[in-house]
Write a protein that binds this ligand. Structure first.
Ligand code: 26A
Length: 346
């Protein structure tokens, strides 16, 4: 079995509800953030389960991107690795992935439940509180099974949700090494949330040398700059240049940093290690009227999914960014990190 796109992250079920700012205040949550649940957050799950208007949807950042990429690629193009429990939640995720045409290769935990994310929607913002549960128990050994080794060997593009840095950097490095060993393979990591470059800096720095592409947004860029002690890079482009030039295992291929910035243009910075030169470009986002937006849960994941689908297709940068912006636009018009089926291709 082989798939051009191989993805790795934490599979989660999203429990999505609309909340008032006072609810976020009660739990000291920011209006637009993603965090790991602490003890004090645990009552949230019981509260949202009982709230009218609850939507239960497939989530998990990398899994959302994998579904988004499969949405625009030919059938059976994408495979996804992660860890779930042996429960009904996992069955729901498997069904959602099947519907999306995404091939799932889960590691199943018997002693832990499938992870969940309370997606607290407040207007155009979303605050995500995650209990990783089984997703936290993914191990490198799953990728070392002969059938999965085979899948990795056959992969062309490897996409890693940076959220997985909290789980198994070894598994990330395994995929990164496969890409670094071949000039015609590509590895991509998404910083995922500010707390990743902030609190998982060492894990990130260990994995980055194996990554050809970095995707992140402006708040994650800021967190990266501050945790790495950069004296306030003046703007997004300056931070992108710093990330692009960080040490790299295979310097035959450039490092390319893709920074999204809400409705501001997407910034792409490419660093060529041989010539020591940067190439900087900017791409406007697809405008959409606010009344068409259902919620922004998974917007960034959808962008990443469309973008990596563009890499699989071998599209030039402008077209790959454009495909990412299109998938993001499609997803924010659906409830949760979802897509309208049957698939349409741009
Ligand atoms: C480790 N953490 C905190 C997480 C996540 C996560 N996916 C993986 N690991 N926290 C939130 N998400 C997912 O992000 C999507 C929106 O971008 C949510 O499940 C949601 O679908």
């Amino acid at each position: 079995m082989s798939f051009p796109l191989v993805c790795l992250c934490n599979p989660l079920l999203d429990l999505q509800v609309d909340v008032e700012p006072s609810y976020l205040e009660k739990y000291s949550l920011k209006e637009n953030d993603a965090i790991l649940a602490e003890e004090k957050h645990l009552p949230i799950y019981d509260e949202v389960i009982n709230q009218p208007g609850l939507h239960i949807v497939a989530g998990g950042a990398g899994q959302n991107s994998a579904r988004a990429a499969q949405y625009v690629l030919p059938p059976k193009s994408v495979v996804y690795f992660g860890s779930v429990g042996n429960d009904q939640y996992a069955d729901l995720l498997i069904k959602a992935n099947e519907k999306a045409g995404l091939t799932t290769k889960y590691q199943v935990q018997t002693e832990h439940e499938t992870g969940k994310c309370a997606a607290l929607i407040n207007g155009l913002n979303r605050s995500l509180v995650t209990d990783l549960a089984a997703a936290n128990h993914f191990t490198l050994s799953h990728l070392e099974k002969p059938e999965n080794e085979e899948i990795i060997k056959g992969g062309k593009v490897f996409y890693i949700g940076g959220f997985h840095l909290t789980v198994s950097p070894e598994a990330i490095i395994k995929l990164g090494k496969e890409a670094a060993a071949h000039n015609d393979k590509i590895s991509v990591i998404n910083f995922s949330a500010p707390f990743i470059p902030e609190f998982f800096k060492d894990q990130l720095d260990k994995c980055l040398p194996y990554m050809d592409y970095v995707i992140c947004n402006e708040t994650e860029a800021e967190a990266y700059a501050s945790s790495h002690g950069y004296a306030e890079p003046s703007n997004l482009v300056e931070t992108a240049k710093l990330v692009a030039k960080t040490p790299k295992e295979n310097t035959t291929k450039p490092r390319i940093v893709v920074f999204t910035h809400g409705t501001e243009p997407t910034v792409v910075v490419k660093y060529d290690f041989a010539t020591e030169k940067y190439e900087i470009s900017e791409y406007p986002v697809h405008p959409i009227s606010v009344d068409k937006i259902k919620d922004t849960n998974g917007a960034g994941d959808a962008f990443a999914g469309g973008f990596i689908a563009g890499l699989v297709k071998g599209l030039p940068m402008a077209k790959a960014v454009d495909l990412g912006q299109w998938t993001a636009k499609v997803s924010i018009q659906e409830i949760g990190p979802s897509f309208p089926y049957d698939p349409k291709v741009t």
